[in-house]
Design a protein. Structure first.
Ligand code: TMP
Ligand code: ASP
Length: 262
């Protein structure tokens, strides 16, 4: 593809101007960061896996009526998405105690929560993405009360879909993070799911062994990070099993002729 204008570089993705107004190309890097960039590594093949896993999930969500920014995957590392006005919040949905929730409330990792819990974090790297309440969100105008309701309802729908999808392949959905953006069409505005859903943004535990299959492997120095992501992709049917041979590693299933080993 010809040289394109870079709009933004994040920790795990780069955004380029898309081919038409209102579109963006989302490029998945192999970089992994944790603890607000204090820890960094390049994990070969991670971007390719996240591109495919996120595509699979976004397409599935569209099928059940959740509007997303996803338009189509372009190649191994890039997808075409709609340009949105991103709401500066990370919406976390939790089913099982883990991570910052366990720490904050003194819960045991793995304890079932009485119900799914939704939290909002303000997206600001300098502040380390602090937990915020609905009061903060409306007072500082990050989102309206209606948008908060919509994000909560969408978060729960996404949770139901993902929990079922992963349970079907023997994976427990512990928690995940999503982001939303506004799309304007004339006088109308609608909220779309943005960013990505991948093992970078979810906690995924094997149902039988409780083995960690997500970015906590990187955060906790457990090793075999991309192997775990590849296993998630394989179970979801994103990777063709019989091609997992030889030194080149598995070959990704492609519908646009760009098969490549990762
Ligand atoms: P936490 O327990 O660290 O707050 O994380 C909750 C969920 O959000 C977990 O699935 C990991 C995901 N997450 C991100 O996607 N990005 C982040 O920057 C953080 C802190 C968490
Ligand atoms: N994404 C955040 C970072 O880079 C935190 C995390 O995922 O743990 O630092």
């Amino acid at each position: 593809m010809a040289r394109r204008k870079q709009i933004y570089e994040g920790k795990a993705k780069i955004l380029f101007e898309g081919p038409e107004p209102g579109t963006i190309i989302q490029y998945f890097k192999d970089d992994a960061t944790a603890f607000n960039n204090k820890k960094h590594a390049v994990l070969e093949g991670k971007g390719v896996l996240n591109n495919r896993i996120s595509e699979f999930i976004m397409v599935g969500l569209e099928r059940i009526g959740v509007a997303t920014h996803f338009i189509k995957r372009l190649n191994m590392r890039e997808q075409l998405v709609r340009q949105l006005e991103i709401i500066p919040l990370e919406v976390v949905v939790r089913n099982v105690a883990a991570g910052s929730l366990s720490k904050r409330l003194g819960l045991e990792d793995g304890a079932a929560l009485p119900r799914s819990i939704i939290e909002f974090y303000y997206k600001d790297d300098k502040l380390g993405d602090p937990l915020v309440s609905e009061e903060h969100i409306t007072a500082f105008n990050w989102a309206s009360p209606q948008e908060i309701d919509d994000m909560m309802a969408l978060g729960l729908r996404i949770n139901d879909y993902l929990a079922g999808l992963f349970a079907g392949v023997g994976i427990k959905l512990v928690d995940f993070k999503v982001e939303f953006g506004r799309q304007y069409e004339g006088d109308m505005m609608r909220l779309l799911l943005a960013d990505e859903i991948s093992p970078d943004s979810c906690r995924l535990w094997d149902m039988e062994t409780n083995d960690i299959m997500d970015k906590d492997r990187f955060r906790k120095d457990l090793g075999n990070v991309t192997d775990a992501y590849r296993e998630v992709a394989r179970r979801l049917g994103v990777l063709r099993e019989n091609e997992n041979t030889g030194a080149q590693g598995p070959v990704l299933v492609s519908d646009n002729g760009d098969n490549a080993s990762i």
